[in-house]
Design a protein around this ligand. Structure first.
Ligand code: KG4
Ligand code: ZN
Length: 335
């Protein structure tokens, strides 16, 4: 049982939080840089690092104040070690090491993807064994957990992450970065009339692939333009989303068939905010087995934030799994 100051700076949000016992979020300050990256159509690593440097001290101070915590209360400092942009990760890690050294507190290195999964622990206790569908801008994975910090990746993307595909399609449709949320809204205004290809159809696999779908949408739009044919962008969005969700829901259901011992499913990462995914996965699981529980984090905890890092740090704290002050960023860290 610990009071943890958590720091997250792996991509384009600078965040700090106070989390008690891995479950009780006392504060969660998130400074987003999205506006600075929007005009470039994606995250510019150099700009991201500079923003983190400018923001990190205020964000940490605010998290301490809003969380009503003093350094006497804090038992450990947790920080995202990877995966992420190396320059961005290093800002959070340097801040965490400095504070841990100055206040003589243990340091905990946390995997960002574990953080996304543990965001669910801020809602309800984790019930093992469980299956986590991790869907973000950088990852698309099915992860089996048999206990705390015990991760087995049973399905993974062979190319792009689903959030990355959403953002690329957003760019060709002409919506601001990151396109996921707007494509989701457009999809609800349109219909799946274009029937884009379903990846790896007929193959019994838990893996994902989104690059073929992305190319199919881009080629379709390109050909229509050449022929001066007007496409309804809401229908493009709906058709893309239908093909993407078919994969996410289909693979999750196949994993549940292969692992009948699993009665709990969690969704994690930025794409967990997707309305279509929430509706379709809920319906598929209800139809499959009413004993299986399904949980999505609240929208505010789907994207990158430090509270999820504080939640994931609790079991590492309990095992005294502390990091040395020489802790380094691991941009390619996996679960
Ligand atoms: O987890 P996250 O905040 O950052 C990473 O760790 O990657 O995920 C960001 C991703 C972006 O690709 C964004 O477009 C996507 O999540 N996203 C969505 C929705 N909201 C955010 N994708 C589909 N539907 C949404 N509603
Ligand atoms: Zn993330």
């Amino acid at each position: 049982m610990a009071t943890i100051l958590a720091i997250e700076s792996s991509c384009d949000e600078t965040s700090a939080a106070i989390v008690l016992n891995g479950t009780d979020m006392r504060s969660n300050v998130v400074a987003s840089q999205i506006k600075s990256h929007m005009r470039f159509g994606g995250v510019v690593p150099e700009i991201a690092s500079r923003h983190h440097v400018e923001q990190i001290t205020q964000v940490i101070d605010l998290a301490m104040t809003e969380g009503d915590a003093t350094w006497d209360d804090v038992d450990a400092v947790a920080v995202t070690q990877g995966p992420g942009l190396v320059g961005s990760l290093l800002i959070g890690i340097t801040a965490a090491k400095t504070l841990a050294f100055a206040h003589q507190k243990p340091l905990i290195g946390v995997n960002h993807m574990a953080g996304h999964i543990y965001a669910n622990q801020l809602v309800a206790p984790m019930d093992y064994p469980l299956l986590a569908l991790v869907v973000s801008g950088g990852h698309t994975e099915l992860v089996l957990m048999r206990g705390d910090n015990d991760f087995e990746t049973i399905g993974d993307t062979r190319d792009d992450a689903v959030g990355e595909a959403y953002d690329k399609i957003g760019r060709v449709i002409g919506v601001p970065y990151p396109g996921g949320k707007i494509i989701d809204q457009m999809a609800h205004e349109g219909e799946d009339v274009y029937n884009y290809p379903r990846a790896m159809k007929g193959e019994d696999t838990l893996d994902f692939s989104f690059s073929g779908l992305k190319s199919a949408v881009i080629n379709h739009m390109h050909n229509a333009k050449q022929k001066n044919e007007a496409l309804d962008m809401n229908n493009v969005a709906a058709s893309f989303q239908a093909a993407a969700l078919d994969q996410l829901v289909g693979r999750t259901m196949r994993a549940l068939e292969l692992h009948p011992e699993i009665k709990h499913v969690l969704v994690a990462g930025g794409v967990a905010a997707n309305k279509g995914l929430r509706t379709q996965l809920t319906a598929a699981i209800e139809a499959f087995d009413q004993e299986i529980t399904l949980q999505f984090p609240p929208l505010s905890l789907c994207g990158d934030n430090a509270a999820m890092i504080g939640a994931a740090a609790e079991s590492l704290y309990a095992q005294a799994d502390f990091a040395p002050l020489g802790l380094d960023a691991k941009p390619g860290l996996s679960l």
